[in-house]
Design a protein around this ligand. Structure first.
Ligand SMILES: [Zn+2]
Length: 370
């Protein structure tokens, strides 16, 4: 598969930071995107690896129209590293018929990115901030023991214990099979669909009862890709972000649904590929191997997350009960849904402070331990 060159990202940093693209091909031959945001001030900055969600990309952390996570990490003295794993809309894999599962992300993308960042930063204490499916896949890597020694991990929306609404669960289990048999993927950008395509019925369905007229907003906010749920609180988005959601969120591959359905049914992250020995390094049930998780953990969630609901609250309850020695905290951000915890116009005020406080604490602990 030929990769389109990754376009330069807009970067509006007070520090005059620069983005350096790091060539990165996973060991199964999949070309991925990795970049380092260098402040260029010569300061000793610990790296933070940032992981986006499925169909998004690292651009969700670099919104030029708001004070974004990269700005905040730079100002707090960190060096952000942004991974575009194979589910990124900056990469072509979601649009193609070359299939991957979350196992590939947990086995290849995340551990190999962690190793590369460590190699390039001289083994400085590394922390990770992960969102949605990026966080789910990270939980599988961690339970497999593939990313040992992380200094701290922030997981937004979901981590080890995916849990959706009954409505979404039903549609995922019954409607999902119907969709999968008819469609390879569902685009987010209505302009690419056209009025009479096989996708137009889905756009018609998600528009039912919608208050906003924007079709891309409807497929994300009113009825996420036709499986129910809502991905953000509408009033939390800057108008400029709202109007370019189609640039930020891309096509959803339908062939990912069986793995999603499997983990949602079990309420735990699981390995999907049982017949292929390459994946034996991953645990069948990540929750059963949670004692391999050693990094301090911050589980974040918007109080009004209407996609993963109280998944992270459940995860916190389970981990604190089963593994009382683990440093795991739960923070709920009032008035926030899911995506808006990172792309919301006031996320820097309402959300990122929790992240930086936690990273600072873990950084200090890592320094004193060293
Ligand atoms: Zn809207």
């Amino acid at each position: 598969m030929t990769l389109r060159p990754l376009t330069p990202r807009p970067l509006h940093s007070r520090l005059g930071a620069a983005i350096e693209q790091i060539p990165f091909t996973a060991s199964d031959g999949t070309e991925l995107g990795l970049c380092r945001v260098s402040a260029g001030d010569g300061a000793d900055r610990p790296p933070v690896l940032v992981l986006h969600g499925l169909t998004a990309s690292s651009d969700m952390f670099l919104l030029p129209e708001t004070r974004n996570l990269v700005d905040v990490l730079l100002d707090a003295g960190y060096e952000p590293w942004l991974l575009d794993w194979r589910g990124s809309c900056r990469l072509p894999y979601n649009e193609g018929r070359v299939r991957y599962t979350f196992d590939d992300v947990a086995l290849y993308d995340i551990p190999e990115a962690v190793a590369l960042v460590r190699e390039r930063t001289g083994g400085k204490p590394l922390q990770v901030v992960a969102h949605c499916i990026g966080a789910l896949c990270l939980s599988l890597s961690m339970a497999a023991g593939l990313v040992p020694g992380l200094a701290g991990v922030v997981a937004q929306g979901v981590f080890l214990t995916p849990k959706m609404s009954w409505k979404t669960r039903m549609r995922l289990h019954f409607g999902g099979e119907l969709l999968r048999s008819r469609l390879v993927n569902i685009p987010t950008d209505f302009r690419k669909v056209g009025l009479w395509s096989k996708h137009s019925l889905i756009f018609a369905e998600v528009s039912l009862g919608a208050e906003c007229k924007d079709p891309t907003c409807q497929i994300l906010h009113n009825d996420s890709w036709g499986v129910g749920g809502s991905l953000f609180e509408h009033e939390n988005l800057d108008t400029r972000t709202h109007d370019r959601l189609a640039d930020l969120y891309g096509t959803v591959p339908m062939w990912i649904l069986p793995h999603l359905r499997q983990i949602e049914l079990a309420h735990t992250m699981m390995r999907h590929n049982d017949a292929d020995g390459r994946y034996d390094a991953l645990p069948k049930n990540a929750l059963d191997e949670a004692d391999r998780i050693e990094a301090p953990l911050l589980l974040l969630s918007g109080s009004d997350n209407r996609f993963w609901y109280d998944s992270n609250k459940l995860c916190h309850e389970l981990l604190t009960t089963r593994h009382p020695d683990l440093d795991v905290r739960y923070v709920e951000v009032p008035g926030y849904g899911h995506l808006d915890t990172f792309i919301g116009r006031n996320a820097a005020l309402d959300v990122f402070g929790h992240i930086v406080d936690f990273l600072d604490e873990c950084r200090a602990a890592a320094v004193s331990a060293a």
